[in-house]
Design a binder for this molecule. Structure first.
Ligand code: NAG
Ligand code: MG
Length: 268
């Protein structure tokens, strides 16, 4: 189902931000008119549609629960489903729920006065949204193209994930140290800082990117190593927010992990 307001918002975003021609493939589909003589056909159509909806919801559940592991691209038949989800209200609601729950935990958890309580945030699809890029690349149907994606990153135009920005401000306000831990390369530090600030994120304590000797590592290993360093420095990682399980699993895991939805790609 479409929610024209939000849809328009995202369309305008990708239109303004990507500086590329408007994507006709993300325009709303025409209304399906139901004629009285067509009731049986319409019913069959709806059953198929409903079955596909269920199949793709089931697939997305398996993705979010990390049962489907690993996977490279979204199923061809679920492209419209994923598009409708990420461009519509479902994704927004899921993002709001995870941010709200993280905020409830952050407020309630026992904190200390020594300035060593920390919260870790991933960047892509956690603080910043690359939806304008993925809207142009089949919402995860295309195999990830690092060269193309890096061109998008260089533009520093990724908008904030608004519910995450709200949480981010709450976390800072509660006195947590904020560590941004991203799989992006050290070479992208300046554009990443520029993008984060433009999107409304500031005052982080550390932005950690992959150095040259981190590049061959799985994200789970790289991120675990970086969290272990924080723990060695005496930080208590009370919360961690990420859209990938590889942001959250491994060693030196946080007291509470918050998994943001991401049905578009999987990073091991
Ligand atoms: C966080 O987890 C550690 C290890 O399980 C535990 O010792 C500590 O009490 C927890 N901290 C808070 C504030 O719940
Ligand atoms: Mg991410």
């Amino acid at each position: 189902m479409y929610f024209p307001g939000l849809f328009l918002f995202f369309s305008l975003f990708s239109l303004v931000l990507s500086e590329e021609p408007f994507n006709s493939h993300i325009l709303p589909r025409p209304l399906i008119l139901e004629y009285p003589g067509n009731i049986i056909e319409t019913t069959q159509f709806k059953q198929l549609d409903n079955e596909l909806q269920l199949q793709c919801t089931s697939w997305r559940f398996a993705v979010e629960a990390n049962n489907l592991n690993p996977w490279k691209t979204i199923p061809q038949e679920c492209v419209h489903y994923v598009r409708d989800y990420v461009m519509g209200r479902g994704y927004r609601l899921d993002l709001e729920r995870v941010s709200n729950e993280a905020g409830v935990f952050a407020k309630s958890v026992q904190k200390s006065e020594d300035g060593k309580d920390a919260w870790v945030f991933d960047v892509d699809e956690t603080l910043l949204s690359n939806l304008p890029y993925y809207a142009d690349h089949g919402y995860g149907l295309e195999i990830f193209d690092p060269v193309e994606f890096d061109k998008w990153v260089e533009k520093a135009l990724a908008p904030a994930i608004e519910p995450s920005l709200k949480l981010y401000k709450e976390i800072l306000g509660l006195g947590f140290k904020v560590f941004l831990l991203t799989g992006r390369s050290e070479k992208q530090r300046i554009v990443t800082e520029e993008n984060l600030i433009k999107a409304g994120f500031q005052d982080w304590d550390k932005l950690i990117l992959r150095a040259s000797d981190d590049h061959g590592k799985l994200a789970t290993i790289y991120k675990s190593e970086k969290r272990s360093e924080m723990v060695k420095e005496g930080y208590r990682i009370l919360g961690n927010s990420g859209d990938q399980w590889s942001d959250l699993l491994g060693s030196a895991i946080s007291n509470r992990s918050f998994k943001l939805p991401n049905p578009m790609y999987y990073i091991p």
